[in-house]
Design a protein around this ligand. Structure first.
Ligand SMILES: Nc1ncnc2c1ncn2[C@@H]1O[C@H](COP(=O)(O)OP(=O)(O)O)[C@@H](O)[C@H]1O
Ligand SMILES: O=C(O)C1=C[C@@H](OP(=O)(O)O)[C@@H](O)[C@H](O)C1
Ligand SMILES: [Mg+2]
Length: 178
C-alpha cells in the first residue's frame, strides 16, 4: 500500500527550484533531472523563446513590473509531470503564480548566503536580474529571503557544496516521495 502510494507520487511529481539569482537553480536542475530520469524545464528559456527576446530585453522594454507579469503568465501555464522546473529568481513576487507552482510541484528553495552569491553575481545587468536600479543586492536578498521561505516546501542549504552534491541533497530530502 505504502509502496503503491509512493509510486503514484513519483509518477506524478514535478519539482520546482526557487531561490536567488546565481544560487544554482539552472545548473543543479539539469543534474537533478538526469539523476531522477525526469524532464527538465528552465522557465527563463521558456520565456525567452515564447517572447522572442532575451530576459534583459524584456526588462528593458516592459519595465520590472511588466517583466514580472509576463513571467507569472508563463508560470501559470505550467503543468506536466516528472519534470524538474528551474525558475527565475523573481517568481516569488507573484502570489497567484506561486500558488499554481505549489499545486503542480514540490517547491524546493536553494539557499546560499549573500557572500557566496556575490562571488557569482558580477554580471547583474547581463543576467537581467529584476532589480530596481536604486536597490542593492544586499537589500534584494533581505527582501526576497522571507518570500522564498514562505513559498517553499523544502529548503536546501547549499553552503559551499558543488552542484552535484546539492542535487544529491535534494534527492535525499525527497526520499519519501521518489
Ligand atoms: N553549487 C555551486 N557551486 C559553485 N558554482 C555554482 C554552483 N551552482 C551554480 N554555480 C555557478 O553559478 C553560476 C550561476 O548558476 P545558475 O545555475 O545559472 O544559477 P541560477 O539559475 O540560480 O541563476 C554559474 O556560473 C554556475 O556554474
Ligand atoms: O532574480 C531575478 O530577478 C531574475 C533571475 C533570472 O533567472 P535566474 O534566477 O535563473 O538567474 C531571470 O529570471 C530574470 O532575469 C530575473
Ligand atoms: Mg537560472
Amino acid at each position: 500500500m505504502i509502496r503503491q502510494r509512493k509510486k503514484e507520487i513519483s509518477q506524478n511529481l514535478n519539482l520546482a527550484l526557487i531561490g536567488m539569482p546565481a544560487v544554482g537553480k539552472s545548473t543543479v536542475g539539469v543534474i537533478l533531472a538526469k539523476q531522477l530520469g525526469f524532464d527538465f524545464l528552465d522557465t527563463d528559456i521558456l520565456i525567452q523563446t515564447k517572447e522572442n527576446m532575451s530576459l534583459a530585453q524584456i526588462i528593458k522594454k516592459k519595465g520590472l513590473k511588466g517583466f514580472l507579469d509576463i513571467e507569472a503568465g508563463h508560470l501559470l501555464g505550467l503543468g506536466g509531470k516528472r519534470r524538474v522546473i528551474s525558475t527565475g529568481g523573481s517568481v516569488i513576487y507573484r502570489e497567484q503564480a506561486m500558488c499554481h507552482l505549489k499545486e503542480i510541484a514540490t517547491v524546493i528553495y536553494l539557499h546560499a548566503d549573500l557572500p557566496t552569491l556575490l562571488t557569482r553575481l558580477s554580471d547583474i545587468e547581463a543576467r537581467g536580474v529584476a532589480i530596481d536600479p536604486s536597490n542593492s543586492i544586499d537589500s534584494l536578498y533581505k527582501e526576497r529571503t522571507p518570500l522564498y521561505d514562505k513559498f517553499c516546501d523544502i529548503k536546501i542549504t547549499c553552503g559551499q557544496n558543488q552542484p552535484g552534491q546539492v542535487a544529491a541533497d535534494i534527492a535525499a530530502a525527497l526520499a519519501d516521495k521518489i
